[in-house]
Ligand binder design. Structure first.
Ligand code: GFB
Length: 321
């Protein structure tokens, strides 16, 4: 089934997550009416027999594997076993079942933390497995490296069209704003918001504020996923013989610069206190986006606009004070 047909059956694994939600919105907006979606309660992707039964019954044409255990620097460091176990199980089961059902294309989602801590910046896809990983998230990174490698192996041995997209730090409406487990952007957006509303004079920012991160709006990432589903196979693997495509904006900013932006959007008037007992993580992980650019895709949402839209959404949620 060609993706040009709106009848294509597309399974979005992880459709309740930040990226999954955005992908479903994009697919529906484009008129795809035969989406296959399962909540965690309906289908536990860590259970191989359940996944095999589901996949054999549904037989999707395309899969976007956006289901994963994800979280910010502290969650990665606090729950290493959950991060490595759950991700290995989820991806192993879905990839194997997808190969057995011969889906037309599968998009495997990973993260730029798979690259070595000291990789050259911007980081090309060819840096994979060339050096030691950042320690705070190596559990998650090792799982994702296994997933990328499994996609390569399934392609080599069985001809599976499984492509891996490595996303930079995503943010957007529907993100996790839990301060203990979230990524930096939603965490600080919430902290500045609550401080302003409650009249607090200081906000705690973890680490030194000097690490740099590349932030990508979840709607742009969803757009990249749909784009990747459509790239003709010959063009895709000519550009990415290893089946890996970095997806980012091409620019990064320091955590301190991110704070300046958030403070302006939220209207916080107090001061920042750095909590140096918390880890900085990797100093920088800007990715080389030239493969995606050459294939014809670029991010389109400026960071300030993305933050404004995320903040507008956050204020409508029950969690916002
Ligand atoms: O987004 P984040 O949690 O994860 O943190 P990573 C990025 C940077 O923001 C670190 C600083 O230097 C943090 O110390 N930071 C400052 C904060 N204040 C806060 C705060 O209140 N909350 C949080 N969370 N950070 C993750 C990986 O790394 O990135 C994942 O652990 C994944 O595996 C993801 O790859 C994209 O960018 O360091």
């Amino acid at each position: 089934m060609q993706l040009s047909s709106k009848e294509a059956r597309i399974y979005v694994a992880g459709h309740r997550g930040l990226l999954g939600q955005a992908i479903v919105r994009h697919l529906r907006h484009e008129g795809f009416g035969r989406l296959i979606l399962r909540t965690r309660a309906e289908l536990d992707l860590r259970n191989q027999a359940e996944v095999q039964r589901f996949m054999a019954a549904e037989r999707p044409d395309y899969i976007v594997l956006a289901a994963a255990r994800v979280g910010g620097i502290l969650a990665n460091d606090t729950y290493p076993a959950d991060f490595i176990n759950d991700n290995l199980l989820i991806q192993n089961h879905v990839l194997q079942a997808a190969a057995a059902e011969q889906v037309s294309r599968l998009i495997f989602l990973g993260s730029t933390c798979i690259y070595p801590r000291e990789a050259p910046q911007p980081i090309p896809e060819t840096s994979l497995l060339t050096g030691p990983l950042e320690v705070t998230n190596r559990w998650y990174a090792v799982a994702k490296i296994a997933g990328v490698t499994q996609c390569q192996a399934l392609r080599k041995q069985h001809g599976c069209d499984f492509v891996s997209l490595m996303a930079t730090n995503l943010y957007g409406p529907g993100d996790n704003f839990d301060l203990a487990t979230s990524h930096v952007l939603p965490a600080l957006l919430r902290k500045f918001h609550e401080a302003r509303v409650r009249g607090r004079r200081t906000v705690s920012v973890w680490g030194t504020g000097t690490p740099k991160r590349e932030f990508l709006y979840s709607e742009d990432m969803a757009d990249a996923c749909l784009f990747a589903l459509r790239i003709p196979e010959s063009a895709l693997y000519a550009m990415a013989p290893d089946g890996l495509l970095n997806v980012g904006t091409g620019t990064d900013i320091s955590i301190n610069e991110l704070c300046d932006l958030l403070v302006r959007v939220v209207g916080f008037k107090g001061t920042i206190v750095h909590d140096r007992s918390k880890p900085d993580g990797t100093p920088r992980k800007l990715v080389d986006v030239s493969r995606m650019k050459a294939l014809g895709w670029q991010a389109s949402t400026p960071l300030k606009r993305g933050i404004e839209q995320t903040y507008a959404w956050y204020k409508t949620t029950e969690n916002a004070c």
